[in-house]
Design a protein. Structure first.
Length: 590
């Protein structure tokens, strides 16, 4: 029969293992009033109908922490940072793969010196924010002049934009710090920085999640070399910033989980030592990391509205962690306490803070009357939500218009992709394939690429081996979650649920596979989670574990080799046409 404590052990632990024997002082502790104390691991009888307090032989803080934090693959999560050497390596290896990520993202970041795909909107909007404080319209055919550093086409007429401003402000910051609009590397600086930092976060999150520096570093390595992550770090769209903020929020919630469980262990141990029962369990005080996650999710909402699904899923995940923590420690009314003491507070605080941060992120729109729609309420005094002040009434009307636009966007596009195919990169988005390069002939082609015909492409294609293996890993993780209730399986799947599944509701819209960058970190984490299951704990039979490590090592080496092969078409190299065509493994990629 499976255990009910999904946080106290891992699948490997659940296959057997003797419970620790209670010591004399542990069994001698008096039971809480009105309940019969039963020491876990014994067969003590309880009279029919009498309440039962299973608190086990682990009232000490250390043992309660072990029960709450659990173990994975033979590594004790509590001992992960036990020594200076472990802490040092826990940073050095993630930093090493972060350096690799920086090289892959910053190398010739300005190539091509053209506005690529939707950079035509977001980069010019970012510059307008710098100059006007709001998004303004441009004259006819402004791109060639803008690419040459000429911004005279910018007007002061507010432009109707359909995305919030946080991501565009970050692009603007990159332009300001990187040398102005004359440098295409400056347009993309902020996206590249966020992409590099995301690799470091994935490595550190993986280390904490799997209680293993090796697995965390592997997660960072796979994120560093994945094509989707590389391309979206070298193009200034909004999606890489969305990914950055929701990933940071997830990391903050992981830190909150550990901190809250340590607090729960400390306070529960004191209550038990005083002879009190854990009816509803202790309160956990101010959850600063959870509040930080709410701020980050508010910034994610201020980048793209699809962050709302991450807010919902991560909020529910955090409350679920609290519920299982209270159950694991022996709280009698764990469900009620988890909902009332943790869930309601989490819901109000996280949603409330996220909404406040989101509204505040529109500060420049509120402070500039020339911004599109800013004076709508004054111009239409009898319309809209009358009880709101004029500025908020205009704000609400603008959001209604944006919602109508997004929900009704059905313009045909040759690279539109149904979300079902995203997880296997069925229809990647071609961001850049200039006609002038493909039409080169004769000596011009020879000079450009050394062949009779050339291509230059930027294809937002995830590493195919990584994504195909990860698609299978998603199924394995879902089975492990349902069969063994391993919280780590739920954690790695949470970002995929939040970032992928909601798009099936909007499949009628014009949507693209590059939206999958928002949940790419969790695709990587899911694959690494399953690799960890395959390798198994350190106490497995050495020969079998060695074979598993070799097999997984070969897979990782293959993924890295495939990334090296695809890197030229992820980063806009001018290459022979036959070289480009050799990368089009599926007809749907062309």
């Amino acid at each position: 029969m499976p255990p009910t404590d999904d946080d106290a052990s891992t699948p490997a632990d659940r296959q057997g293992g003797a419970a620790p024997s209670p010591s004399a002082d542990e069994t001698a502790r008096p039971a809480p009033a009105g309940r019969t104390l039963v020491v876990e691991g014994t067969d003590e009888a309880v009279p029919d109908g009498e309440p039962r307090a299973v608190i086990g032989p682990l009232e000490s803080v250390d043992r309660l922490r072990r029960r709450l934090l659990g173990r994975l693959l033979g590594d004790d999560a509590l001992a992960l940072d036990a020594t200076p050497r472990a802490r040092l390596l826990g940073w050095l290896w993630p930093l090493a793969v972060t350096v690799l990520a920086a090289v892959l993202r910053f190398w010739d970041l300005g190539r091509p010196h053209k506005l690529v795909f939707d950079e035509t909107y977001y980069v010019k909007d970012a510059f307008s924010l710098l100059v006007n404080g709001y998004e303004a319209t441009w004259g006819d055919e402004p791109n060639p002049a803008f690419e040459a550093g000429d911004t005279s086409g910018l007007t002061t007429t507010g432009s109707y934009v359909v995305h919030p401003q946080v991501g565009k402000w970050l692009i603007a910051l990159g332009i300001q710090l990187g040398g102005g609009v004359g440098s295409s590397a400056a347009w993309r600086l902020a996206a590249a920085v966020c992409g590099v930092l995301a690799v470091l976060m994935v490595a550190r999150i993986g280390r904490r999640l799997f209680a293993s520096t090796a697995l965390g570093t592997l997660a960072g390595l796979l994120m560093a070399v994945d094509g989707q992550a590389i391309v979206m770090s070298r193009i200034s769209l909004l999606d890489p910033f969305l990914m950055f903020f929701v990933l940071a929020a997830f990391g903050a919630l992981l830190l909150d989980r550990d901190q809250a469980r340590r607090r729960l262990a400390d306070r529960a141990a004191r209550l038990l030592a005083a002879g009190h029962e854990l009816g509803d369990g202790p309160g956990l005080g101010v959850r600063w990391w959870r509040l930080a996650a709410a701020v980050l999710l508010g910034l994610a909402l201020g980048t793209k509205w699809s962050a709302m699904y991450f807010l919902a899923v991560f909020g529910l995940l955090s409350v679920a962690w609290d519920l299982t923590a209270r159950r694991s420690v022996g709280v009698r009314h764990w469900w009620r306490a988890g909902i009332l003491k943790d869930g309601v507070v989490a819901g109000v605080s996280m949603v409330g803070i996220a909404v406040v941060v989101y509204v505040a992120s529109w500060w420049s729109w509120f402070t500039h009357s020339e911004a599109h729609g800013r004076l709508w309420a004054e111009q239409n005094p009898d319309q809209g939500v009358q009880w709101l002040p004029p500025a908020l009434r205009s704000f609400w009307k603008y959001h209604q218009d944006m919602w109508s636009f997004h929900n009704g966007l059905e313009t045909p596009h040759s690279y539109a992709a149904h979300p079902l195919g995203w997880i296997v990169q069925w229809r990647p988005t071609s961001f850049f394939y200039p006609k002038e390069v493909s039409e080169l002939t004769g000596q011009a082609a020879q000079d450009a690429c050394g062949a009779a015909s050339c291509s230059q492409a930027i294809v937002s294609l995830g590493n195919p081996v990584l994504w195909w293996c990860a698609a299978a890993a998603v199924i394995v993780a879902a089975v492990w979650l349902l069969r063994y209730r391993d919280w780590r399986a739920g954690a790695v799947l949470s970002g995929i649920v939040a970032g992928w599944l909601p798009w099936f509701v909007y499949a009628h819209r014009t949507i693209f596979a590059f939206y999958s960058i928002a949940f790419t970190p969790w695709v990587v984490l899911t694959l690494v989670y399953v690799i960890g299951l395959v390798v198994g704990p350190k106490d497995l039979e050495p020969r079998g574990r060695r074979a598993a490590i070799i097999g997984c090592g070969v897979l990782v080496a293959l993924i890295v080799a495939v990334s090296a092969f695809f890197y030229p078409i992820w980063t806009g190299w001018v290459v022979p046409y036959d070289f480009w065509h050799a990368h089009m493994w599926l007809r749907t990629w062309v």
